[in-house]
Design a protein around this ligand. Structure first.
Ligand SMILES: [Zn+2]
Length: 449
């Protein structure tokens, strides 16, 4: 396929912008890019997609999300409103994930995947929980991802909160799915796996050790850490150590492990994250919504920790997360110099691409370059001031929005064209999801009681 008449934003180490260019894609990869005239002549017999002067850029990446949360929208929490994050877990998320069965896991994932395609998010790193439907739950999500055409990294959140049998079942589900991705190209290689852990506060020493022993060589973990002070208080009580120190002792950290949040960590924990090469993800909308605090993201970036950007199951429109990050840290510090636009690019583009790319190593991810995965979006943006590689971050932060995404392409396949979804039927999926909602909410209310 040849995408013609596009203004390219390449990202990559040396971000460049090219006017009136074309990109030739074959077998899921970018083969080359050059002026439209040159490539139209060279590939005259191929299928064309006319960008009509829109911006063509790599799709956005979400480093931490939860496909399982779609049924939370509009749901009433019985009793007094949760007063802090531990109560949000106990009153909202834990009864809700218990209410999920196969059909609702599938429906919830599909809702998020539609949202991602419509808003230009092409790779998503998911963290799944469904304590009453653990075995094969990752296959259900993988099927949904396969249908959508998107790229994803999946895992199951192991926890002791529902007893030893369910902790074992969670470990088995991670192992089963990791082995599946190692023995076959799931969704033609668009799906990878990691080993999920819920959070230090719901994991015993024995379970952490069992996970460490079970995880195959080269496979890391994906875990929430220090989202709230409760994680630290629990860790100190259990081990006399802070959460990062405790996880480090159990061999959980390292260059393949993702730590979500890290809001309440101290300097020594930051140093361990740095030394171990652990990835950290930042989710400001979630942190604000749960009122848990503000992670010292700039300090971590300056210390050389690869901080990425996720959304924690909020809407799959990553530029909204960029903008929230940009604004939150300025307000929090009462200093407009904080959270420079280039810091956002470091997290959301450079680090997210490196993290997501580590799961799909057959080609570079997150840039327009010969040989890279052809995960691309078209953006209908008309700048009214000069747009350059140097000021692009601020054009995005103040000018772009997700409704400008008109086409989404993953591995060379067009998933949305002219805002029409080509792989998923939004009307039918929303209707099916809505039909299941009263049943899921009824089960939620039973577990919440
Ligand atoms: Zn999360």
């Amino acid at each position: 396929m040849l995408i013609t008449n596009a203004n390219l934003i390449t990202w990559g180490e040396d971000n460049q912008i090219f006017k009136d260019h074309a990109v030739y894609i074959d077998d899921g990869k970018i083969v080359e890019f050059a002026s439209s005239n040159e490539l139209i002549q060279k590939y005259a017999k191929t299928e064309f997609l006319d960008a009509r002067g829109q911006y063509l850029m790599p799709g956005n990446i979400c480093a931490h999300t939860h496909f399982y949360g779609a049924y939370a929208r509009g749901m009433a929490i019985p009793g007094d409103p949760p007063k802090d994050f531990p109560q949000i877990l106990e009153k909202l998320w834990w009864p809700l994930d218990k209410a999920l069965d196969g059909d609702s896991i599938r429906a919830s994932a599909l809702i998020h995947l539609i949202d991602a395609i419509k808003h230009g998010t092409t790779t998503l790193i998911d963290h799944h929980a469904s304590p009453n439907a653990i075995p094969n739950s990752l296959d259900i999500i993988a099927d949904a991802v396969d249908r959508s055409g998107l790229r994803a990294v999946l895992c199951y959140e192991v926890t002791d909160r529902d007893g030893g049998q369910k902790a074992k079942a969670g470990i088995a589900e991670n192992l089963r799915f990791i082995e599946r991705t190692q023995s076959e190209a799931v969704a033609e290689g668009r799906i990878a796996a990691t080993f999920g852990l819920h959070a230090s506060l719901t994991l015993s020493d024995a379970t952490l050790d069992a996970c460490r022993q079970a995880a195959p060589d080269g496979v890391g973990f994906h875990i929430h850490v220090a989202e709230h002070e409760a994680d630290q208080e629990d860790s100190l009580k259990k081990s006399g150590k802070r959460a990062i120190n405790r996880l480090h002792k159990h061999g959980i950290l390292g260059p393949n492990t993702i730590v979500a949040h890290a809001v309440h960590i101290d300097r020594s924990e930051r140093d361990i994250l740095k030394e171990t090469g652990t990835w950290v993800t930042h989710q400001p909308r979630s942190n604000m919504n749960n009122a848990v605090g503000v992670a010292a993201v700039e300090d971590m970036l300056q210390a050389g920790i690869p901080v990425c950007l996720g959304n924690d199951g909020f809407t799959q429109d990553m530029w909204t997360e960029w903008k929230t990050t940009y604004l939150l840290h300025k307000l929090h510090h009462r200093d407009p110099r904080r959270m420079n636009g280039m810091d956002i690019i470091q997290m959301a583009v450079t680090n997210n691409s490196a993290l997501a790319g580590s799961f799909f190593p057959t080609a570079p991810l997150g840039k327009i370059a010969p040989g890279a995965h052809a995960d691309l979006i078209l953006v209908d943006y008309h700048p009214h001031t000069p747009l350059t590689a140097g000021n692009l971050p601020w054009h995005i932060l103040f000018g772009f929005n997700e409704s400008m995404v008109t086409a989404t392409i993953v591995a060379g396949k067009v998933l949305m064209k002219d805002r029409q979804l080509l792989t998923l039927d939004e009307e039918a999926i929303s209707a099916k999801t809505l039909e299941l909602a009263p049943i899921v909410w009824e089960r939620y209310n039973k577990f919440a009681a």
